[in-house]
Design a protein. Structure first.
Length: 301
């Protein structure tokens, strides 16, 4: 496999957010991560990323587990809930602060927009504002709202995605000092996912391509905390009839699991895998074989 990464035994994961039921796009990522783990003789773990509690739907976590089970996708270890891991995230933040790599920030979104305007920077539609480092030198009497990771002086991050190939992002220029703990007191996704991947010993991250631009921030955090860098594989996205990526925010419909194999065949087609007849277990086994052959050939090139 390309891209370097840890040498330990394969450990993969699927980490949905319980903001609603799984949809067709979710199943593509779930199936790909499960197949990759099985094809490498590894373990597949489930993590419920419920750190953003206000967005979570009561009961959605159990519904997601039921949906995956209906598709024959079961975690090899007990499921992990992010909402139970505040102490681990605080410990990581404390380490970064002690190392001088993280600092408190008093800026609101309005403050950041004003600072950008003063610098002559324009924000692209749908893109996050690049934080200009206003509070690196201190709060000057203002109350802290959030905590950020310093990115000043950090060279562009380079990594190799197993599907997308060589990647690069200048985090300092394109993102700026990013949030680790939010103004509302909730932990930011970037910190939580890095700490969880490390604590679960994740060697390979297989997830949707929409998360690829999160990877360099996570690599910076891995380096800052002295953690191993997993290998990454970002899967194709599923788009709706309106041309937008399927997502719960865009009103994607929950998976129709009246026929789980039909749902899996649709997901497999997105991964360029051949359709399989019933029964379900034999279909999954056939896809594991096809996935193993594909990535063995890729590694040999």
């Amino acid at each position: 496999m390309s891209g370097g990464g840890p040498s330990q035994a394969y450990r993969g994961r699927f980490a949905p957010s319980p903001t609603g039921a799984l949809h067709a796009g979710s199943l593509v990522a779930a199936l790909a991560s499960w197949l990759d783990a099985r094809a490498h003789g590894g373990r597949w773990l489930l993590r419920i990323e419920d750190v953003d509690q206000p967005r979570c739907v009561p009961g959605a976590d159990q519904l997601i587990l039921q949906q995956l089970a209906a598709c024959g996708l079961h975690s090899d270890e007990p499921v992990l809930w992010q909402s139970r891991r505040h102490a681990a995230y605080q410990q990581a933040l404390d380490r970064l602060v002690a190392a001088g790599l993280a600092y408190p920030c008093a800026c609101s979104r309005k403050d950041i927009a004003a600072a950008q305007a003063a610098l002559g920077q324009t924000r692209q539609r749908h893109s996050a504002a690049v934080y200009p480092g206003t509070c690196r030198a201190g709060l000057h009497g203002r109350p802290a709202r959030a905590w950020r990771l310093r990115t000043d002086g950090v060279p562009p991050v380079q990594w190799t995605d197993r599907r997308l190939g060589p990647q690069q992002q200048d985090v300092a220029a394109e993102v700026g000092d990013f949030v680790l703990k939010r103004a509302d007191g909730l932990w930011a996704y970037q910190l939580a996912v890095v700490v969880d991947d490390a604590d679960q010993g994740i060697s390979d991250v297989v997830r949707g391509e929409d998360l690829a631009d999160n990877t360099p921030r996570q690599i910076l955090l891995q380096r800052a905390l002295g953690l191993a860098q997993p290998r990454y594989l970002h899967t194709p996205l599923v788009f709706g009839s309106n041309g937008e990526k399927l997502s719960k925010q865009n009103g994607a419909q929950p998976l129709d699991l009246a026929d789980p194999l039909a749902a899996l065949n649709a997901a497999a087609a997105m991964l360029d895998l051949p359709p399989q007849p019933s029964p379900l277990d034999k279909a999954l086994a056939a896809w594991v074989g096809a996935w193993r052959a594909r990535w063995a050939a890729a590694a040999a090139r």
